[in-house]
Design a protein around this ligand. Structure first.
Ligand code: SF4
Ligand code: SF4
Length: 231
């Protein structure tokens, strides 16, 4: 039976080379999707890499994961589908801390993967490929219902070497799934330790200049850690 996605506009899956009608004229005065996102803007290792590579705190010091999740930092840790991960911490009236007073994203060039994607959602296919859906107007872009311009998905996401980025996303998805499934079988104490190992391996230390190579190296180390937890 064909899978149905009640949260998609047309129930069609697209690839990075497809053209879809999601262009919203550079948001043009709208910032709806930077409000009320709760703990849903999850930050993956590539987002961390971007933050640490491009942002500095007062005095020119590099941003670290510890600073990002500190009490005054813009991230927080939350429990997401069986694992502990960082997400952007909404402030005051529920808006993103990176939303500028002019209603524009203040970190647009390094905004996180989920922000780049919106109003698309990723679908991780069983054959280890990645597809995209357009979120319906209830979940997605408020302007979609009023018509939108055609855009190429790879341009919309705007990440250099999208193919390599997608491979990273697929691997990262598999790692999280594996940890989540294993944690469900472990004692509370061991599950907590494994979740911490995930954070220690993929977030605690800044990434090398070649993110993908560093991520793949860490993945191999983490696979061995997971193996130990299965014994
Ligand atoms: S809801 Fe749509 S138009 Fe509004 S800020 Fe988000 S992507 Fe832009
Ligand atoms: S990071 Fe930028 S685009 Fe993403 S929710 Fe915050 S203000 Fe909006």
């Amino acid at each position: 039976m064909k899978e149905q996605y009640s949260w998609s506009v047309d129930n069609i899956k697209y690839g990075r080379g497809d053209i879809v009608n999601i262009g919203c004229n550079d948001c043009n005065g709208c910032c709806s999707c930077c409000y009320g996102m709760g703990d849903t803007i999850i930050q993956d290792p590539y987002d961390l890499f971007n933050f640490c590579s491009h942002m500095r705190v007062a005095g020119g010091q590099r941003v670290t994961f510890e600073l990002l999740i500190s009490e005054d930092g813009p991230w927080e840790l939350s429990y997401q589908d069986g694992v502990t991960l960082p997400n952007i911490k909404m402030v005051e009236d529920g808006h993103c801390p990176f939303l500028g007073e002019n209603g524009r994203c203040s970190i647009h060039p390094i905004r996180s993967g989920l922000c780049r994607l919106f109003p698309l959602a990723r679908v991780f296919e069983p054959d280890k490929t990645l597809s995209y859906l357009i979120l319906n107007s209830e979940l997605g872009c408020k302007k979609l219902k009023n018509g939108a311009d055609p855009v190429l998905i790879s341009n919309w996401i705007g990440i250099e070497d999208l193919e390599q980025y997608e491979s990273f996303q697929i691997n990262w998805h598999d790692i999280k799934l594996r940890v989540s499934e294993l944690c469900a079988k472990l004692s509370l104490d061991r599950a907590q330790k494994l979740r911490q190992q995930l954070l220690d391996t993929f977030y605690m230390k800044s990434y090398d200049r070649d993110f993908y190579e560093d991520f793949n190296r860490r993945s191999k180390v983490f696979n061995e850690i997971v193996e130990d937890f299965t014994k």
